[in-house]
Design a protein around this ligand. Structure first.
Ligand SMILES: CC(C)(COP(=O)(O)OP(=O)(O)OC[C@H]1O[C@@H](n2cnc3c(N)ncnc32)[C@H](O)[C@@H]1OP(=O)(O)O)[C@@H](O)C(=O)NCCC(=O)NCCS
Length: 231
């Protein structure tokens, strides 16, 4: 699906051809390759990968734009390479359960880390996947030494379900239940209110456990046609 989704701190846009050179630069960093369990590709292979990712019906990929780095107004269909800082993906690759999605996040640009961009991007992807693909559970596979990523997913309510001794990797799971919807909804609301009024947040303003909220956000989703995107 070709859509962009605008949050408080990030805009998620489709992975376009124009993004590939910078993406390829990021993937030259051995630390990024290790953290994302990726292999180094040539630039030509990266262009092929962009095409295959955007055509694969089992995969949804967004490039993460840091809103503080967008030059001028955000224009749907424009790659805004100047603001690209990472990506967020889901793969619906479990043949036994097509509504289970594996989720991955990367904020490659060091200057954009520690600002809450990964948290907002993952929340936005979860909402997008529940609303558009009816996903009922998410998995995240994370290296056991990747404390930043483990903390991020634990904070969002994921729980450990298995460990691979061979890959030194844990698998975390987030089933979309009434209670996880409520927690995610509260995190979304908290994120919005922190952006609006950092000093006046109180628990009473972010929902009540007696009144579970639906997993919905009012992040604007803009959809645009393939012709606009040259993908
Ligand atoms: C992991 C990663 C995505 C975090 O991105 P980020 O935008 O800096 O994270 P956020 O600012 O949204 O942080 C959200 C939460 O993640 C955890 N976290 C993020 N960075 C952390 C760090 N360096 N140390 C410990 N916890 C960290 C914290 O719980 C944080 O919440 P808090 O700020 O309330 O403490 C980023 O470091 C990255 O892309 N690393 C390389 C690729 C990678 O490891 N991807 C995950 C593969 S599964």
């Amino acid at each position: 699906m070709k859509a962009s989704v605008e949050g408080e701190k990030v805009i998620l846009v489709p992975y376009m051809r124009e993004h590939v050179p910078k993406y390829h630069d990021w993937m030259q960093d051995p630390a990024i390759l290790e953290a994302t369990a990726s292999e180094s590709l040539t630039l030509e292979q990266e262009f092929d990968m962009q095409v295959s990712w955007t055509q694969d019906p089992l995969k949804q990929t967004f490039i993460v734009l840091d809103k503080e780095l967008v030059v001028g107004d955000f224009i749907p269909g424009d790659p805004h390479v100047e603001a690209m800082v990472g990506d967020v993906n889901i793969y619906m690759n479990d043949m036994d359960d097509p509504q289970m999605a594996e989720i991955e996040i990367m904020i490659a640009e060091l200057k954009s880390r520690g600002k809450g961009l990964a948290q907002e991007s993952v929340l936005m992807m979860i909402v997008f996947a529940v609303e558009n693909f009816n996903i009922h559970a998410f998995h995240a596979k994370i290296g056991e030494s990747n404390k930043a990523s483990l903390n991020l997913f634990y904070k969002l309510g994921f729980k450990k379900i298995s460990y691979s001794e061979v890959f030194k990797e844990v698998t975390l799971e987030l089933p979309i239940t009434e209670s996880s919807r409520e927690k995610l909804h509260q995190l979304i609301e908290l994120q919005k209110q922190l952006m609006l009024a950092p000093a006046i947040i109180g628990p009473s303003r972010i929902g009540s456990s007696c009144n579970p909220a639906p997993l919905k956000s009012d992040w604007p989703v803009k959809q645009f046609s393939d012709e606009l995107l040259d993908m």
